[in-house]
Ligand binder design. Sequence first.
Ligand code: SAH
Length: 393
Amino acid sequence: MATVTLKKGRDKSVRHRHPWIFSGAIARVEGDPAPGATVAVQAADGTPLGRGAWSPESQITVRLWSTDPAALIDEAFFRNRLSQALASRPPLTAGDNAQRLVNGEPDGLPGLIVDRYADFLVCQIFSAGAEHWKDTIVGLLRELTGCTGIYERSEAEVRDKEGLPRCCGRLAGAEPPPLIEIGEGGFRYLVDIRQGHKTGFYLDQRDNRARVARYCREASVLNCFAYSGGFAVAALGNGARLVENIDSSAAALALARQNIALNGFDPDRAQFTDGDVFRMLRRYVEEGRRFDVVVLDPPKFIESRRHLERASRGYKDINLFAFRLLNPGGILATFSCSGLMDRELFERTVAYAALDAGREARVLEWLDQAADHPAALHFPEGKYLKGLICRAW
Ligand code: SAH
């Protein structure tokens, strides 16, 4: 096994169990590890620190599998980690059958995401190490979950950074149907695991959909960045009078329409606008429109620190216009899933938006990612989703 020796003073994060070792922290490599191969990691003075996967193309050149220097990285290791991840999931409400089963680093499996949609699993493999062990992982997932089939959606840009080709398709078991029906919070949704975003559905918003929906009784709701109608279905199911959905993807809106019909809601209670939220919010303000509830669930605007300022302006902009669109006493449910924008900056941005809109906003609830998307205390990068429910006067 090749050995990676860290530079002097660069072992602190590993000792604190952070799983990433950046190229700049490495003094030398003995041996010639292949991408994804297991390497031994040691401090500058030779103290063994753990074992990880070698990823020469990435800035994150080693992702630690274990901080136990004697750990064997083999099938038994993955059986143990996967079993632990499955056992760590919070209990599902009766009728629910969609859940994140493996959440990468916080579950001790760097670069591996596994989501369950009814009887099928969808995997995303984002590291050379997880790619190296793919067949083992897939075999174990079948055995441990008894799923009907496993599908891969490893398409994100991180694959490029790891020097991995983008991969998509059936990995094991049966070919999944074009749309998989799932249950969440008493509602039904169709998930397109082939063409949908990420693995097909935003499971991280499960709890928040239910929390926000409670404020929607008799309300007129503007659901911005609607995707396949997650918040729309929950709002209608909680008695919303009307939900207007805006998204720039016609395919997403078509699925939102299907999801609303699937739950038996009157189609007249939903509207769909294929457009840019930034432009539509401005137009609605000009037209003098008002809503009781506005939901803002934008995609990740920030890919790197360089974009932080421009992205903050984007968040400020949509929140400012959303506040202007609210009736007195109306509810703004606003989110950011950009890990680089921390909670403090997000809250400051929303505070300035309220100020500039001339509204007084009271935070009723602080929201987080769902519990099946755990973060680890030693891995702050795992916390990315944050939200606020504000009442605005
Ligand atoms: N709220 C959704 C998830 C939203 S994901 C849920 O609970 O399932 C973000 C969505 O924003 C995607 O559907 C994407 O198509 C859409 N989007 C991205 N940029 C947009 C823009 N400028 N205007 C409108 N929609 C946009």
